[in-house]
Design a protein around this ligand. Structure first.
Ligand code: 26Q
Length: 845
């Protein structure tokens, strides 16, 4: 039976009258929707959700109600394609990709879904017809901040690419009620506020209680005075309830699913206790269970050694694998087919308990022998590493395993016993190697090395940029790479050009489409056709005009939303990312102090005016990162109140960095700062977003910057600073004091800071910065790179003075950014790791 269009025909009435309405209704037919209610009928698209779902008069609906109703009407349009995608996969039974991630930083969905469904003409029409305030409406959608930063946003870009490329994929994550905290700035300091993003409900999610799964634990959790207590040796059960979100591929043909798990008590109510009059007790148990997936850990750089995080990781793995295995069993008989039907990608080690969990299922539940189970497990799983920082590598105490998942610990010990046998066999007499390779770290406390577990228990380990993959192999896990060299590979990150160019930068994307057509949207290599236009004066001027428009749009938004005034005719110089010592926001701040000193000394110095934007969150427990925020804000305040310089330089710290802020700021930027100490930033992804938006990079030879320079040619970027090799080779003798003693500008900048010039009313607060840079050896080598950084930035100013040459470089960057589409990255994962093919959903189901 053809059910397409049925629902739409029932609820959407009114015939199109104008040619514009006809165009829109033709478009809707592609989604199986009948003619839309163009007349102001209460049954029409959008209004019906206000009247029938919310029982309110459309004329008095609040902005939030209008946002919800509009989102529901977009959901109506995609609903049947979503159903059809699922049923197509079920009937064709292709190999599926399962992307397991503790984070999906998806941001807003409404505008993204409209764009990917090609519904912009419909929406423009409806907005006009109904007299809606569109900007106000879309502002009502909270950012789904279910991630810390790069790793979570990468997962979201990958979902977009997989759906666009018609790959049968499911994302699995957790439905945190509180995502990344909201950041406000009080007296220059970061303040964290909880972000209960889901409180008013979310129009995109669909609860699927019938597909819940059971998770067995070796202990019981109790909430006592707001914190968790564990009752050891008392096994308990929990329920995972899936909440599905649509992932719309560009063109709307494939609608994949992001499935997020919420924890609940086994029976929604404990009826026994309820019957005995213990209402409070019955509800309490539910509350305890739900608390387990309540909050995202806001730390991306150190192992927050919290038991609850360990539990969350197990909960994600247990729910997702139960779901994957259930689906596999529904459509397949033979366990040996598992690797032909499922590719499970582990986004960092966070879901690496999948190794013992899959072994447990295959051995204990499917009753396979160890060797067969091990073979299937390794062939099914693959692991992506995102960091080389030793303090960020996950290691969990053996004791936590004993308490929560004792069976998994037995399995890990058995994997390790066999691994140690293999080491002894292949490297006889090399005892040091055994200790280095072991899954168990022996110290004051026994710990499981999660990266080793993931590498040993999977068939692929990849880094996220060429230099990172190489360092991973040759330093971080060298011994394992020597044992299993063929498992190691590189998959350079990418970002989705739909959100990060088409949607966020209408000025530039319109210009590009005019010049080379729409093909770039799904094949970013088309951008190379712009290369010749770098030499076309007309195109250069059009580029500069589009940049200026984007800057004005940002400036207007900033003024109206926060009262901050910035001048669009200054260089917009940005560093937006998590605050971390290795990312070196401090290096950026130091060069601003150098520039400030120059201007103080020579008020008539010819300078190109600049606005320095910073944005980013510090982990709540990371004291130095929070002090760096305070320093940037004090620097901003001092400059603002200094009449000698304030027309030439301005520092702005934008609070609450999130996906939506990045979407506003990146198109408006001129300069992108990617200045990590070489060897520390695995890849970076905002560097790529800036590049495709015609922003020039000032960067170190680190992460994906290296590949960006390869693509565009070094002469089109501003590369500076020590290389990975130089950082490594100078570690033993590096002395930051040398720079203080021998470089007058470095010394003057530091002296100014430590004289409390920027902290007159708070003397001494920046002492930890002095300790970091001078007393404690400047681990991230800020002072080593300061001079060459300043020189690179001087070259930027010189270039900006000749807009034509600037524009030519920017256009060459855009035209060379094709490699950094996540479509390319996903094509590589699909071909080289997953061995999956696309599974197109038929036009007429
Ligand atoms: C681990 C244990 C306990 C609590 C938290 C964590 C945790 C959470 C998040 C550890 C790390 C993260 C996030 C890491 C991250 O975002 N890494 C970035 O990944 C990007 C995508 O590959 C890269 O581009 C960046 O270079 C990398 O820093």
């Amino acid at each position: 039976m053809n059910t397409k269009g049925m629902i739409a025909h029932e609820v959407i009435q009114g015939a199109p009258r104008t040619p514009e309405e006809w165009r829109v209704s033709e478009l809707l037919k592609q989604y199986g929707c009948g003619p839309i209610g163009f007349v102001g009928s209460e049954n029409a698209f959008y209004e019906r959700h206000l009247v029938f779902d919310r029982i309110i008069n459309p004329r008095v609906a609040t902005a939030r109600e209008r946002f919800e109703a509009f989102s529901h009407s977009i959901r109506d349009i995609l609903a049947q394609r979503w159903v059809l995608t699922r049923s197509t996969y079920n009937s064709l039974n292709p190999k599926r990709v399962y992307y397991l991630s503790m984070e999906f930083l998806i941001g807003r969905s409404l505008t993204n879904n409209i764009a990917n469904l090609l519904l912009s003409p419909l929406v423009q029409h409806a907005v006009k017809e109904k007299g809606l305030d569109w900007l106000e409406l879309i502002e009502e959608e909270p950012d789904a901040g279910l991630g810390n930063g790069g790793l979570g946003r990468l997962a979201a870009c990958f979902l977009d690419s997989m759906a666009t490329m018609e790959l049968p994929a499911v994302g699995y994550g957790l439905r945190y009620e509180y995502g990344m905290f909201k950041q406000s700035i009080v007296n220059g300091w970061q303040k964290e506020n909880p972000d209960n993003w889901i409180r008013s409900g979310d129009p995109w999610e669909v609860a699927r209680p019938t597909e819940m799964v059971e998770v067995k634990l070796g202990c019981t959790f109790k909430l006592v005075a707001g914190s968790f207590q564990v009752l050891r040796g008392q096994p308990s059960n929990l329920i995972g309830i899936p909440f599905d979100r649509p992932v719309v591929g560009y063109g709307g043909k494939t609608i994949n699913t992001l499935r997020l798990w919420a924890a609940a008590a086994p029976d929604y109510f404990n009826f026994e206790e309820f019957g005995a009059g213990g209402f409070a007790g019955a509800v309490e148990e539910t509350l305890e269970a739900e608390s387990l997936t309540r909050v995202l850990y806001p730390d991306d750089s150190t192992m927050a050694g919290q038991g609850l995080r360990f539990f969350q990781e197990y909960f994600l793995v247990a729910c997702s694998l139960a779901d994957i295995v259930r689906r596999f069993r529904r459509f397949n008989k033979d366990w040996d087919e598992l690797p032909e039907k499922a590719a499970i990608q582990l986004n960092d080690t966070h879901p690496s308990l999948a190794v013992p969990e899959l072994m447990r299922i295959l051995v204990d539940e499917a009753h396979l022998g160890w060797d067969q189970a091990w073979d299937l497990t390794r062939k099914t799983l693959a692991y992506t590493n995102h960091t080389l920082l030793p303090e960020a590598l996950e290691k969990w105490p053996v004791e936590l395993f004993e308490i929560l998942i004792p069976r998994h610990l037995q399995i890990i010990y058995e994997i390790n016993r066999r691994l140690m046998d293999e080491v002894r066999h292949r490297f006889p007499g090399d005892e040091g190697r055994e200790t280095r390779v072991s899954l168990i770290e022996d110290g004051s406390q026994l710990k499981v090395r999660m990266a080793h577990l993931a590498i040993v228990g999977s068939h692929s380990t990849n880094g996220v940029a060429a230099v990172h993959s190489k360092l991973l192999r040759t330093t971080t896990v060298r011994d394992l790479a020597e044992m299993y060299p063929r498992r190691f590979n590189n998959k350079t990150n990418g970002v989705t050009p739909r959100r990060w160019l088409l949607l966020c930068n209408p000025e530039l994307s319109g210009l590009i489409t005019n010049a080379i057509g729409e093909g770039w949207i799904t094949d970013l290599n088309h951008l190379s056709r712009l290369k010749v236009l770098a030499d076309d004066a007309g195109f250069r001027d059009a580029f500069l005009a589009s940049k200026r428009e984007a800057k004005v749009r940002f400036t207007d938004w900033l003024r109206s939303s926060s009262g901050v005034n910035v001048d669009p005719d200054t260089i917009f110089d940005c560093q937006i990312k998590r605050i971390h010592e290795y990312k070196r926001q401090l290096l950026n701040a130091l060069r601003i102090v150098v520039v400030y000193n120059r201007l103080r000394e020579n008020p008539n110095l010819a300078t190109v005016p600049r606005t320095f934007f910073f944005a980013g969150k510090a982990a709540p427990a990371y004291r130095l990162a929070k002090l760096i925020i305070k320093f940037i804000n004090n620097l901003a305040g001092t400059i603002d109140s200094d009449p000698a310089v304030r027309d030439k330089i301005k520092v702005v710290f934008l609070p609450e960095y999130n996906v939506s802020l990045a979407e506003r700021l990146i198109p408006a930027s001129d300069v992108s700062n990617q200045i990590s100490t070489a060897g520390y930033e695995a890849s970076g992804t905002s560097n790529m977003k800036f590049m495709m938006n015609g922003v020039l990079t000032v960067g170190t030879r680190d992460g994906a910057n290296i590949e960006m320079a390869e693509e565009a040619g070094e002469e089109n970027l501003f590369m500076f600073g020590l290389t990975v090799e130089q950082v490594e080779n100078s570690r033993s003798w590096y002395n930051s004091h040398w720079h203080y003693d021998n470089e007058p500008e470095t010394r003057a900048a530091l002296d100014l800071i430590f004289s409390d010039y920027f902290s007159r009313n708070e003397p001494g607060i920046f002492t930890p910065i002095r300790d970091c840079l001078l007393t404690n050896g400047d681990h991230y080598m800020h002072l080593a790179d300061l001079t060459s950084y300043c020189q690179a930035q001087e070259a930027v100013s010189a270039l900006y003075a000749t807009p034509e040459t600037w524009a030519a470089k920017a256009i060459r960057n855009i035209s060379s950014s094709g490699k950094f589409s996540s479509d390319r990255t996903i094509a590589e994962y699909a071909g080289e790791i997953w061995n999956v093919q696309s599974c197109p959903v038929p036009e007429n189901g």
